[in-house]
Write a protein that binds this ligand. Sequence first.
Ligand SMILES: Nc1ncnc2c1ncn2[C@@H]1O[C@H](COP(=O)(O)OP(=O)(O)O)[C@@H](O)[C@H]1O
Ligand SMILES: [Mg+2]
Length: 348
Amino acid sequence: MKNKKTVAVLYGGRSAEHEISLISAKNVLKAIDKNKYDIVEIHIDKQGLWTINNQAVQLLLNYGEGSIINQKTAEIVARIDVLYPVLHGPYGEDGTIQAVAKLAGLPCVGPNTLSSAVSMDKDVAKRLLQASNIKVAKFITIRKQSSDKPNFGEITKYLGNELFVKPANMGSSVGVSFADNEADYNKALIEAFKYDDKVIVEEKIKGREIECAVLGNYNPKSTVPGEIVPTTNFYSYKSKYIDENGAILQVPSKLSAELSDKAMKVAVEAFQCLECKGMSRVDMFLTDDNEFIINEINTIPGFTEISMYPKLWEYSGVSATELTGMLIEFAIEEFEYKSKLEYEYVAE
Ligand SMILES: Nc1ncnc2c1ncn2[C@@H]1O[C@H](COP(=O)(O)OP(=O)(O)O)[C@@H](O)[C@H]1O
Ligand SMILES: [Mg+2]
């Protein structure tokens, strides 16, 4: 009997965050304890083709089999026990891969399909958070197909003059713009609609950017918060990944113990509100009157050298190796809980 579980790490992917995924995956692969787990690397290219060692592959969806087959020869290339998606943005962080895992009968690291999909959709996520009395920025949702999109004047009446315009489903600040005049607002809409046919426009929140790393299934724990201090006008794609001096990450944040506790509490509430399991990074703003406003929940947070999620856990005494191990075990635990439920057809 094989006692080591095989973990398939999926990376790359079709989203605009393909490159970030490659960097995150490099660190995840390095961190996973090879004494405990065997690893299969599945690279997904920008067209969506899955390969293992340059062989085009496909996950065979025979329930519980976890076999990966060569698309051409139909031979089994690998057998796996757990899927570990390190994919950011659409087609990975949005519930799609999580659904593949469910169909295949495999544990999957991170939140499930429902939770991934709602967390990815900034409009739906905010509506759910609001319904649980968790504070979010005021926002308006605009659909590409709508024939009466609100113009700048109408928007500013409700949201004020300083606006953030973003695709509802995206990440890494791709398609996100700040606008405080009509021309920029119209440009921002065009930019955001490139990535999604649903866009949200938000009031600008004046505040500090605080992030908490949450881990666990039914008793999730948050790290102390970290703080992002962008040195440009906002935490853009460039300041996240390109410009080394684009943002300063403070781990831990310099918040008082009281505010730090409050942030951790809000982070866990938001995590549970969106039905997250395993992991998520909860991003929020802290306003001048010490109020936490949730910005977004990232269900597959970045795992690059400079990423907040692994850094916060490392600060809390959990190494990247321990962290990836815990994530894998949480996925298995959740899978086993769900396997005991009797929602499947049982022949009489
Ligand atoms: N309502 C807002 N008020 C102030 N800053 C914002 C607001 N929305 C976004 N930002 C800035 O833009 C960045 C990216 O926006 P975010 O919603 O986090 O998108 P993404 O999912 O791409 O990371 C944030 O980290 C923050 O710096
Ligand atoms: Mg963000």
